[in-house]
Design a protein around this ligand. Structure first.
Ligand code: ADP
Ligand code: F6P
Length: 481
């Protein structure tokens, strides 16, 4: 296999499961923040992306996408259960999201997680040219930085965590906390969505590894595998830089979608189909228990019950794309949500006039843009979220300064989109009040808020994110190469 100077290692390749029978593939993004974010910056870059194609068993052969080479990893049925559904998504995912569901600790999963991480590290080591930059993504691959450092001390390693990093008292519950912390700190630069995460890691590094931990750098004992003269290494010690790099979206892509006649017409069609005079509340989520969908439905249902919102004036659209469907918690959630949507429509809907339109399906980018344009109030209320790119996409999709964003305080995006209507999603009464407030807001107030958010997103898009991260990572390069 040819080698690259930039290698991205992520659990998933940026493709959904449907590779055409002739093997042809295109950027058909898997729904999820990571693929969307990286897609924008890698499309035009000579790089290799190591990841899983979403199929079980032997990895399919995938052609290059423009200048980007794909290195598909095979994942067996057992690995899928232990590594992806098990340790990554039933242990780390709930624990890293405030334990909003109970994390499961299963000793068998750990071994599989470790061996899959080793295979990803080996694949990265194989495709990285001498002195390459290797950028490892997310909690699925937290052991890869250290494993890769042992295999290839010449490469510069970045790690970025797309999800929250939990407070020390939660992380300390992990039976394998030491290995997970060491694994991640094998990188030269560890990036997070929020500064608090870097602070949490610094505290843990001091406590568990006896390292000197500050919020922007952790000083570790150097492993013998570390290269000689580097910016990030002094005698006997290795410095791991840390910091917050809030991820973003491809604003230019969204703007060009906005201008497409299909999107403009589709937005008009949607508004007509939903009821020309109606105010539209929109939510777009992966069907995940961290997204607060049940709390949101309770709030909406109570507003209808109390007559504060009327089906003749308002309609809700809930897009909930299927996700991790073989994991028990996700199946249970889907059943509960679908029952609740049925109940709400049964109690409050009228013939030809449902209270909620529920769409459990993937959409292409143009249809998502049209949906965003149709919304009067975008309701993004996760119980905990590393960032939440849907909130940013909504802002970028507006063609003018209309529309309100109701945003959870517990989404990383809340630290940046301060002009949203911020809300605590656990507080159903507060959520109801905020929804009413957003529905009744003065257009001049909405315009001022939207203008500020659009300006912010424009200046802080995905390219700014990648530039900031990779510039900082470059500081870890050897002085003499
Ligand atoms: P997460 O990373 O937890 O999935 P984000 O909000 O950061 O959450 O990212 C979700 C991404 O998935 C967004 O880019 C959004 O456009 C995309 N997405 C969400 N729902 C759908 C859907 N029904 N069809 C296609 N893409 C979707
Ligand atoms: O960071 C959140 C994340 O796990 C991403 O890695 C991915 O973009 C998204 O959620 C979707 O998850 P999955 O790959 O499990 O479908």
């Amino acid at each position: 296999m040819r080698q690259s100077s930039l290698v991205v290692v992520a659990n998933r390749l940026p493709l959904d499961d449907n590779v055409a029978p002739d093997g042809a593939c295109e950027w058909r993004r898997s729904p999820g923040g990571l693929a969307g974010a990286l897609h924008a910056i890698l499309e035009q870059t000579p790089a290799t992306w190591v990841g899983w194609s979403g199929t079980i068993g032997e990895a399919p052969r995938l052609p290059d996408i423009g200048t980007l080479r794909l290195r598909p990893m095979s994942i067996s049925e057992d690995e899928l259960r232990g590594y992806y559904e098990g340790f990554a998504n039933s242990t780390l995912w709930p624990l890293y999201h405030d334990a909003v569901e109970q994390p499961v600790f299963d000793r068998g999963w750990w071994e599989t997680y470790r061996s899959v991480n080793r295979r990803f590290a080996e694949a990265a080591a194989e495709v990285a040219e001498p002195g390459a930059t290797v950028w490892v993504q997310d909690y699925h691959l937290q052991l890869v930085p250290q494993l890769l450092r042992e295999m290839r001390p010449d490469v510069v390693i970045g790690f970025f965590l797309h999800v929250p990093f939990p407070p020390p008292e939660l992380f300390m519950q992990l039976p394998r906390r030491l290995e997970l912390l060491r694994g991640m700190l094998g990188a030269d630069l560890v990036g997070f969505q929020r500064p608090q995460a870097a602070h949490n890691v610094a505290q843990l590094a001091a406590k568990l590894l006896g390292a000197h931990g500050a919020d922007d750098a952790i000083t570790m004992d150097a492993s013998p595998a570390a290269p000689p003269a580097t910016h990030n290494r002094t005698e006997g010690q290795r410095i791991v830089r840390t910091g917050a790099f809030p991820v973003s979206i491809d604003v230019a892509e969204m703007r060009s979608l906005n201008a497409r006649p299909y999107v403009v017409n589709q937005a008009r069609r949607l508004q007509r189909d939903l009821g020309s005079h109606k105010r539209v509340l929109l939510s777009v989520d992966r069907l995940d228990y961290t997204k607060g969908i049940e709390h949101r439905l309770t709030a909406y249902s109570e507003l209808l019950r109390d007559g504060l919102v009327k089906v003749r004036d308002v309609v809700m659209v809930q897009v909930a794309v299927p996700s991790r469907e073989r994991v028990e918690n996700y199946r249970g959630l889907r059943d509960r949500i679908e029952r609740e949507v049925g109940r709400i429509n049964g109690e409050y809907g009228r013939v030809g006039e449902p209270a909620i339109h529920y769409l459990n399906q993937p959409f292409d980018r143009a249809d998502l843009a049209a949906l965003y344009q149709t919304a009067d109030v975008m309701v993004v209320t996760p119980l905990r979220d590393g960032m939440n790119l849907v909130a940013k996409e909504f802002v970028a999709a507006r063609r003018n300064d209309t529309g309100a964003l109701v945003l959870s305080e517990f989404a990383g995006a809340a630290a940046e989109l301060e002009d949203a209507f911020l809300v605590n999603p656990h507080d159903v009464d507060g959520l109801k009040e905020t929804l009413l407030h957003a529905l009744a807001a003065d257009p001049a107030d909405l315009a001022a808020r939207m203008k500020a958010m659009r300006a912010y997103i424009t200046a802080n898009d995905i390219h700014a994110w990648a530039r900031a991260y990779l510039t900082e990572l470059d500081l870890a390069r050897p002085l003499v190469s």
